[in-house]
Design a protein around this ligand. Sequence first.
Ligand code: FE2
Length: 422
Amino acid sequence: MSFRRHGEGTCPPSPAPGRKAGGFCVVRRGAKGLSAQTAKGVGLWYDNGVMMLINLFCSLLAVLVTLGPVRALGLPRWGVVLAGVALVGLAQQTLAHRAFGASLLSPDALPLPLVALFLWGTAFLLSAGGLTVAWLGLRLCHVAVSGWWPLALGAAVGAFVVWMGVRTPPVREREVILPGLPAEAEGLRVAVLADIHVDRWRGRAWCERLVGRVNGARPDLILFTGDQADGPLALRRGDLEPLGGLRAPEGAFLITGNHEHYFETEAYLRFYEGLGIRVLDGRTATVRGLGLMGLPDRRSLTRLGDDALRLRGLREALPRGAFPVLLVHKPGIAPEADALGVGLQLSGHTHGGQVPGVALAIRHFNGGFVRGWYTLPRGMRLFVAPGSGVWLGFPYRLYPSEITVLTLRGGVAAGGAKKEKS
Ligand SMILES: [Fe+2]
């Protein structure tokens, strides 16, 4: 990728090569010939905590579905037992990954069809379990409903939400009015690539299609807002190489998300630089009157101090007159950015909330911001990108993924703190 020269500053420097990321000790596990790496603290928390709880919950749902709709099918007793064992087995994806020495942070050890089967199985059990509760309610009201309904509908919903998560996203054009936008940035087209989460399922072919769609939209500038890949670099290098084919006259910039800090952060960043994508973590750059600021994900800042302080440093490092644009993976820092006079914040991390219900929890943990446009009290515009991909640990979506292409326009301040139509 070729770049125009940009004004550039650094404030303060990115973590030194070889340093541990975010206070987490990076460990190496044997994984049937794979060098699966995961951050110890994160791996233990997910594998022994949340993901095992999901395993347990889905196991209980499997028993509920077996004793409810499956038993109502009129199968012989051995058939019901066999179906129950199969359904409980479907719920064991975390145990299966652990048995192969890997985790859902990098599901590279199991054969891909088995990974897909477990992912669909979890989605099936969650939806069929909910439908079974409704089915039981109808039966209590003496409404005759076949046991096939919750099973068939659960299977279809499970397949649909997985497909929505792993599909190649369409381009979505959006326009934003930014008071004070410099004339040279008027009409600038910015492709925002959030949470692409390239992994073993959505690998090289998916990445090639993504690049084709981005280039087809003819953006002037490409901005990645974190969570670019999952897994050790040795396994993802070939999958990510197509990103080197991205084309934009003003170039491409990237910041880290939390998932960058689960693996070899510095090696990944050097790899992206090698592809022609500029790493903006802890740095500033000026592009056609925009003052880009890249705030690394707070996971990397744990040992470096307060991220609001670092944001202030970045803001002060911008050249006078540059329109401040903040790239930060998680949106929750928006009020501090607004108070510092930032004009536009671009974030991701939430995957648009993924599915109703879960979106409420995601909103709660991200400062009330979950997807689309927000206007902060001092006028800053916040865009929480729905994202182009999803993490394979929970790859279920009803809120659709997209490749966002923003067209920047100058204009009059909207005023007031509010959520706008996304
Ligand atoms: Fe994230």
